[in-house]
Ligand binder design. Structure first.
Ligand SMILES: Nc1ncnc2c1ncn2[C@@H]1O[C@H](COP(=O)(O)OP(=O)(O)OP(=O)(O)O)[C@@H](O)[C@H]1O
Ligand SMILES: [Mg+2]
Length: 495
């Protein structure tokens, strides 16, 4: 009898909880050494590797390790995440600040963070970021959409990049002084910097170059096939100051057996682990495979595993095959959104109101497809799940969902606080909805503002969208203006 009891609730695709973390012994030893050195001299480390290899899980493990670093007394851990919406300048750094403010106010750290100098440094950094990136000046950006005038940041920021760097440098110095004085460290963790705007990457590199004692800075960076621009740039940037990189690769047989045992209570023999090691060593694929075996009531033999992998070679396909019910359909409708997903927009996308919204959020979370973020918004439990949903949409379905998303953002404007996220989302949805008249205007205007903020990558992306849109609607004046803007941005961006 090689069938095991069928279960419906699978193991989540979110980062692994530290108590279930398996393998990666050498990588963990290295991180422990780096952590131990952070008290005397600030340390930075990059965790890299292909999609689903376990970078976020290792960062979560490190967060837990850092928290317990100084024998009982909690250490502050700040965490920021970069999402896949180009142009969200310094939003991950704002998350770090929010975390620090929360830590300082919580009382959990006692006198550790109770310092006027630190409070002042937080206020200053907050103020500088607000001045640099936040919307301050009303401009009729959505005039052609018939919407009301909405806020957008001024032509040039009141403060320059140097002030942002200075403010964050002073903040880390103040934080480092507080924690190292008590023999502790503060961990500053950033997730997915391959998606970070160039300005964020520059700030990260400049800070990492000169970290004060007491600070550990760790960040994850997806390597894809080694050619992604984010990873390539990051690798070049960290090679200057000679920062260590922990590069993850597929799990080995023993690690696979440990994962099966600890997370699935499955005994996997050497032959079965060998099949997985050769074909599916990434933890995302392993979790998908064991979830599928469980769901189908199959024992984890080498033969069954080989059949399963031959039938469904794409791990995200395998993962989706174990989901069922309305959350699956909802996920499809939500996948065109750019995380973090605001709840009012999600509710509008799914056409749900009132109490049903809370119920729907609970179901989506329970299903393991979505996760709730610390700020109350949502994202897919794992980016590969969202990428998979997007890849399976037909061209027409994609356009229709983007049109719905644009409408939902317009309708929810008054309830949404993240203005930059709203504007960038609208610019993206109009374009993919083929609403080219609206897309041309908004992308051109936003492109100009990013030009003023010296984020030339985002400026170029938005301006290219404006050009494509102007071509579609045959607006010669707009097209000429957009091309002029593109040339200007290219000149500034350099070779
Ligand atoms: N060491 C580990 N032990 C147990 N489970 C793990 C381990 N590493 C990763 N996992 C599981 O594998 C899946 C993918 O891991 P994770 O999200 O950390 O990968 P990632 O490299 O951050 O992916 P991405 O590049 O898409 O961000 C998750 O379900 C996670 O729980
Ligand atoms: Mg990750």
């Amino acid at each position: 009898m090689d069938e095991v009891q069928q279960q419906t609730v699978g193991v989540s695709y979110a980062p692994c909880p530290p108590e279930e973390f398996c393998g990666r012994v050498e990588e963990r030893d290295l991180l422990r050494t780096i952590l131990a050195g952070a008290g005397e001299r600030g340390q930075a480390v990059m965790i890299s590797g292909p999609p689903g290899i376990g970078k976020s899980s290792l960062l979560t493990w490190l967060a837990n390790e850092a928290q317990q670093h100084s024998g009982g007394l909690p250490s502050p851990v700040l965490r920021g995440e970069v999402f896949d919406l180009p142009g969200m300048i310094f939003s991950a750094f704002r998350e770090l600040l929010r975390d620090l403010r929360r830590c300082a106010a919580s009382g959990r750290f006692g006198a550790l963070l109770d310092s006027e100098g630190l409070r002042e440094a937080i206020r200053y950094a907050d103020d500088v970021l607000e001045k640099y990136a936040a919307p301050v000046e009303p401009v009729g950006l959505l005039s052609k959409t018939g919407e009301e005038i909405i806020g957008i940041f001024a032509q040039s920021p009141e403060v320059g990049y140097d002030r942002v760097l200075q403010a964050f440098g002073e903040l880390l110095t103040a934080l480092g002084r507080q924690v190292s004085g008590a023999g502790q460290i503060a961990a500053v963790l950033l997730e997915d910097v391959h998606l970070a705007p160039a300005l964020d990457r520059r700030l990260l590199r400049d800070l990492a170059d000169d970290l004060p004692p007491g600070i550990l800075l760790a960040f994850t960076c997806r390597a894809d096939d080694g050619t992604g621009p984010g990873y390539a740039t990051m690798k070049k940037e960290i090679s200057g100051p000679g920062l260590p990189e922990i590069s993850l690769s597929g799990m080995r047989k023993e690690e696979i057996r440990e994962l099966a045992k600890r997370r699935f209570e499955l005994a996997v023999d050497d032959a079965a682990a060998g099949v997985l090691e050769t074909n599916r060593g990434d933890p995302f694929g392993l979790v998908a495979c064991f979830n599928a075996l469980r769901r189908r009531g199959l024992a984890p033999t080498a033969e069954k595993i080989a059949d399963l992998l031959a039938g469904t070679p794409d791990p995200a396909d395998l993962a989706f095959a174990t989901f069922s019910g309305p959350p699956c359909t909802w996920a499809n409708d939500l996948c065109v959104l750019n995380p973090p997903f605001p709840v009012p927009v999600m509710a509008c996308m799914l056409d749900i109101e009132g109490m049903s919204v809370t119920l729907m959020m609970d179901r989506l979370q329970e299903s393991g497809i979505l996760r709730r973020l610390p700020g109350g918004e949502y994202a897919f439990a794992h980016p590969l799940l969202q990428e998979h949903c997007r890849a399976t949409l037909s061209t027409d379905a994609k356009a229709a969902l983007n049109a719905r998303a644009a409408g939902c953002f317009e309708r929810s404007l008054h309830r949404l606080s993240g203005r930059l996220h709203v504007l960038l989302s609208l610019a993206c949805h109009f374009f993919h909805a083929r609403e080219y008249a609206k897309a041309a205007d908004l992308n051109l205007e936003l492109g100009l503002r990013f030009h003023h903020r010296e984020d030339y990558d985002t400026a170029l992306l938005l301006t290219e969208r404006a050009i494509a849109s102007a071509e579609r609607i045959g607006d010669g004046d707009l097209l000429a203006a957009a091309r002029r803007q593109r040339d200007l941005v290219r000149q500034k961006a350099g070779p």
